[in-house]
Design a protein around this ligand. Structure first.
Ligand SMILES: [Zn+2]
Length: 190
């Protein structure tokens, strides 16, 4: 935390492990929903995840106070966006904006070389104080069919989880994010 406060973090990129914040989890064993985003307090994984968000917020606030930039990235559907402390952080920090994107627009899908190509939408929300990330906000026009990120896909005879494959950013997305951030820093003469 002292690193963030010292001003030596010019850009912090954070995400929260998705499992307990996924609406899919809420359909099975989870206790969160939009009206009760913190859960009912009975599940340890939810209490731990709630604490992770508080830590991320303290870290982001320290980076912002020291003049740095943050990108807080999670699935658009994540219930983390309903966390009351996230909502109040957004409300009280005018420099923050939200960019929504679909990762299929950055090439997320089944690996090349398979007999049938799959497109994976993976709606994603970015909370940031970078003023220049709007070009990331590409959402799908619906010109292809999305395969849900459930189950496995067979790659060279081996079954691999779609969700696991999709957990890494497609190179186009990480490249564009890095390009926009670099343009901002360069433009800002930092
Ligand atoms: Zn799409």
């Amino acid at each position: 935390m002292s690193i963030a406060k010292s001003g030596s973090v010019s850009w912090a990129h954070l995400g929260i492990p998705d499992v307990s914040w996924s609406p899919m989890r809420a359909l099975s064993i989870g206790t969160r929903h939009k009206g009760r985003p913190l859960g009912d307090g009975t599940r340890e994984e939810e209490r731990i995840a709630n604490g992770e968000v508080v830590f991320a917020l303290v870290f982001m606030k320290a980076v912002l106070a020291a003049g740095g930039f943050v990108t807080f990235v999670n699935p658009s559907s994540s219930l983390v966006w309903w966390h009351p402390k996230i909502l109040s952080f957004v409300r009280r920090t005018p420099a923050l904006s939200i960019v929504d994107l679909d990762q299929c627009q950055f090439g997320l899908g089944s690996p090349p070389g398979l007999s049938s190509q799959e497109f994976w939408k993976k709606g994603t929300r970015v909370l940031t104080n970078f003023p220049s990330l709007e070009p990331l906000g590409k959402t799908c026009a619906g010109l292809h069919i999305h395969t849900p990120l459930r189950g496995t896909i067979k790659i060279y005879g081996k079954h691999v989880s779609r969700a696991k494959l999709a957990s890494a950013y497609p190179p186009q997305l990480s490249g564009e994010l890095a390009r926009l951030a670099a343009a901002h820093f360069h433009g800002a003469d930092l």
